[in-house]
Design a protein around this ligand. Structure first.
Ligand SMILES: *[C@@H]1O[C@H](CO)[C@@H](O)[C@H](O)[C@H]1NC(C)=O
Length: 615
C-alpha cells in the first residue's frame, strides 16, 4: 500500500472574509493495520484508506490535497487496478451533532441518531429517499461532500462504531460497466455549522433561482388523494369542490389525484368515470378554484397504443440486458415502462403530451409524482453524461423537464437540483404520531430538506395519507398546527369530517398561515439571494448553542419566527427551547429573554406555541 501525502497544516486563515475556513493543521498518519488516521489540530477526524478484502496486489494512492487558496481538503482514494475493489473511509461522529444526508422515512435529527447499513446514496423509492445528496454537516463546523461520480454507499455505526463510513463500490445500483472506481470527497472546517453550511451552499449545493406560486404559499391545496384514494368520478369531484366552497376555506387549487386516466400512462381521461372533464374543470373553476391534476412518468404495459409507441421509439428506459420492465405502486397487474427522460426526444414527447392534457381540459397546473432513479429497470442504461454520473442522471432529467411547467407545479425527487424554482414535496407521510413516518417526521424532514439546499418544501397532506387509518381529530389538528409556519398547506382529509371545534381551529390556523404568506415569501427571497434555509433549525440563530443544536421538534420560519408544535399524542403542554434573543410569545404577547427552556409550556389542543424575535 502506498500513501501519497500532500497535506499538513496547509490551510490559510482569512479571518476578515465571511464564510472563511479556519486554520487547521490537518495531517495523515499511518496506522498499524495499514490504514491512515486523519487528524485536524491533532484531533482524530476519521480513518481513510481502510483495507476491504484482499488488496495486497493493489496500490493505493491516498491523496489529501489542500486547496491553499480556500482552505478545503480534497481526499482522493484510488488505484490503478480493476474497478471491483472497494474503498472505505470512515469519519468519526465524535460527540458532535450531524445534519443533512438523504431524506428518510424514519427521519431522525440530528442524523447520528440513526443507523444505515451500506446504503446507496441515490434518489430512490426505498425509505422515502427521494431527495438524496452526498452532504453531511456537523455542529463543530466541519462538512464533507462526496463527488457525484463516486459509486457511493454510506454506513452509520455498523462498519465502525460511531462513524459515518463512505464506501465506494461498483455494485447495484451503479453500473458494472464503469471502468474504474475511486472515493473522492471534500472536507472543510469552519467555526460553526452555520458558516459551514453557507459555504457548502455557495460552493456545492446551490440555491433556488426563483420562488414558487404565491397563491400556493398563501392558501391550501385541496387534494382528492387521501380522502378518496382512486375512487373519484364526476360526481365525487363536484361534490368535494362544493363542500370546500361551502366551508368558506380559501384555496390555492383543487388537485385531481389518481385515478383519472383510462390506463396509466395514456394521459387520456377515463370517460366512464369522467364523461366531461372539460366541463367539470370549468365548473370547478367557477367556484373559485384553480385546477391541478396528478401525473407520473410511467406507462403500464397494457396501456395501448401509448406503451407500444414509447417502446418502439426507444422512449422507455432499458436495463443493461435490454429489458424495459419496471414496477411501481400502480402496476395494475402489468409491468410498466419508465419514460427515459435522459433521451431528449422522449422528454419532449412526454412534455408535449402533458401540454396537450393541459390544453384539452384547461388545467392550471400539474402534480408530478415519482422521479426517483429506482423506478427505472435495474441497472438502467441512460443517455448522455459520463456513465459515472448514472443512475442519478435520470432524476435530474425528469425534474428539469417537468420544472418547465411553471411555478405552481410540485415535484418530489431531487439530486443536485436545488436550483429549481418549484415546490418539492415531502414523500407521503403516514397517519401516525411518531418517527415511523408520522407527524414527528414532518419537522425533521423539513429540516433535512432545507439543510440539503431544498428550501421550497411542500409538506404532504395534513393528517397524513391515511393508508393505515384516517387521522383522529387530535392528530389532524396537531398536524395542521405543525404545518402552519411551513411554506404551504395541503388538505385532503377535511376539518368538517370531525366536528365544529375542528373546523373552527382549522379555520384559525389556515388564516394564521395566510397572514404569514409575505413572511414566507421574504424567507424564500432570502433563499434565492444567499441560500438561507426558508425553515432553518433553531441553531441557525446561535450555532454554538448546544441545547439548540440538539432540538428536533422546533423550527424557524426565516430568521425571526420559531414554531414549537405539539406532536405528542395526548400532550397539552411541552418544553420549548428559545435560543438567545428577545422573544415575543405569539399566544400571550409576553416577552421572554432567551436562551431559556420554557418547561411545560401550556398548549391545549387549540394552541400552537410560536414566538417572534423582536429587533
Ligand atoms: C387495469 O387493468 C385492467 C385489466 O387489464 C384494464 O382494463 C384497465 O384499463 C387497467 N387500468 C389502468 C388504470 O391502467
Amino acid at each position: 500500500m502506498k500513501l501519497l501525502l500532500l497535506i499538513a497544516g496547509a490551510t490559510v486563515a482569512l479571518c476578515a472574509v465571511p464564510r472563511a475556513p479556519i486554520t487547521r493543521d490537518v495531517a495523515v498518519n499511518e496506522n498499524d493495520d495499514g490504514s491512515f488516521s486523519l487528524t485536524s489540530d491533532g484531533v482524530y477526524v476519521g480513518t481513510i484508506g481502510r483495507k476491504v478484502g484482499d488488496d495486497s496486489d493493489v496500490t493505493f494512492n491516498v491523496e489529501a490535497a489542500a486547496d491553499e487558496a480556500s482552505g478545503g481538503f480534497r481526499i482522493t482514494v484510488s488505484w490503478d487496478g480493476p474497478s471491483d475493489k472497494i474503498f472505505e473511509d470512515c469519519i468519526d461522529f465524535g460527540d458532535n451533532q450531524w445534519f443533512a444526508g438523504p431524506e428518510q422515512k424514519e427521519q431522525h435529527w440530528p442524523i447520528q441518531n440513526s443507523k444505515l447499513e451500506k446504503y446507496s446514496i441515490i434518489s430512490k423509492e426505498a425509505d422515502n429517499a427521494a431527495v438524496s445528496e452526498r452532504y453531511w454537516l456537523n455542529s463543530a463546523g466541519a462538512y464533507l461532500i462526496v463527488a457525484p461520480e463516486v459509486p457511493l454507499f454510506v454506513d452509520y455505526h455498523n462498519v465502525l462504531d460511531n462513524h459515518l463510513c463512505l464506501i465506494a463500490e461498483v455494485a447495484d445500483p451503479y453500473s458494472t460497466r464503469r471502468t474504474h472506481n475511486n472515493l473522492k470527497y471534500d472536507l472543510w472546517f469552519f467555526e460553526n455549522a452555520k458558516v459551514a453550511h453557507q459555504h457548502a451552499v455557495d460552493t456545492y449545493l446551490g440555491k433556488p433561482t426563483g420562488i414558487p406560486d404565491y397563491r400556493m404559499i398563501q392558501y391550501p391545496i385541496w387534494s382528492t388523494w387521501a380522502r378518496y384514494s382512486r375512487e373519484i368520478d364526476q360526481d365525487s369531484l363536484w361534490a368535494f369542490a362544493n363542500e370546500i366552497k361551502d366551508s368558506g376555506f380559501p384555496n390555492a387549487q383543487f388537485e385531481i389525484d389518481d385515478l383519472w386516466e383510462v390506463c396509466y400512462g395514456s394521459l387520456f381521461v377515463d370517460v366512464r368515470k369522467l364523461p366531461d372533464l372539460k366541463q367539470l374543470v370549468q365548473d370547478i373553476k367557477s367556484l373559485g378554484f384553480r385546477v391541478a391534476i396528478w401525473t407520473h412518468p410511467f406507462i403500464n404495459k397494457d396501456c395501448e397504443p401509448w406503451y407500444s409507441e414509447a417502446l418502439g421509439k426507444g422512449y422507455l428506459v432499458l436495463n443493461e440486458e435490454g429489458n424495459p420492465d419496471s414496477t411501481w405502486w400502480n402496476n395494475n397487474g402489468s409491468v410498466p415502462g419508465y419514460i427515459d427522460f435522459t433521451n431528449p426526444e422522449a422528454a419532449e414527447w412526454y412534455s408535449s403530451r402533458i401540454q396537450n392534457l393541459i390544453d384539452t381540459y384547461d388545467i392550471d397546473t400539474i402534480k408530478f409524482d415519482a422521479g426517483e432513479s429506482s423506478w427505472s429497470p435495474q441497472i438502467p442504461v441512460q443517455n448522455g453524461l459520463d456513465i459515472d454520473l448514472h443512475p442519478g442522471h435520470i432524476v435530474q432529467s425528469y425534474v428539469r423537464t417537468v420544472a418547465k411547467f411553471g411555478p405552481a407545479i410540485e415535484i418530489r425527487s431531487g439530486m443536485r437540483t436545488q436550483d429549481l424554482p418549484v415546490f418539492i414535496r415531502m414523500v407521503d407521510k403516514d397517519t401516525y404520531w411518531d418517527f415511523n413516518n408520522g407527524l414527528a417526521t414532518l419537522v425533521t424532514t423539513l429540516l433535512s430538506m432545507n439543510l440539503n439546499g431544498y428550501t421550497l418544501v411542500l409538506p404532504d397532506m395534513i393528517g397524513g395519507n391515511g393508508y393505515n387509518e384516517s387521522p383522529s381529530k387530535e392528530l389532524f389538528i396537531r398536524w395542521l398546527q405543525a404545518n402552519v409556519f411551513m411554506p404551504t398547506l395541503q388538505y385532503s382529509f377535511v376539518p368538517w369530517d370531525h366536528d365544529d371545534e375542528t373546523v373552527e381551529i382549522s379555520r384559525r390556523y389556515t388564516h394564521l398561515h395566510a397572514d404569514y404568506a409575505d413572511t414566507i415569501v421574504a424567507a424564500m427571497e432570502a433563499s434565492v439571494k444567499d441560500g438561507t434555509p426558508v425553515n432553518p433549525p433553531i441553531w441557525w440563530l446561535d450555532p454554538n448553542d448546544q441545547d439548540a443544536l440538539a432540538v428536533n421538534d422546533e423550527f424557524l420560519l426565516g430568521e425571526k419566527i420559531l414554531a414549537a408544535p405539539v406532536m405528542v399524542e395526548g400532550a397539552v403542554s411541552r418544553d420549548v427551547y428559545l435560543p438567545r434573543g428577545n422573544w415575543r410569545d405569539g399566544n400571550t404577547g409576553d416577552l421572554v429573554q432567551g436562551p431559556i427552556w420554557l418547561r411545560d409550556y401550556p398548549a391545549p389542543l387549540d394552541v400552537l406555541p410560536y414566538f417572534t424575535l423582536e429587533d
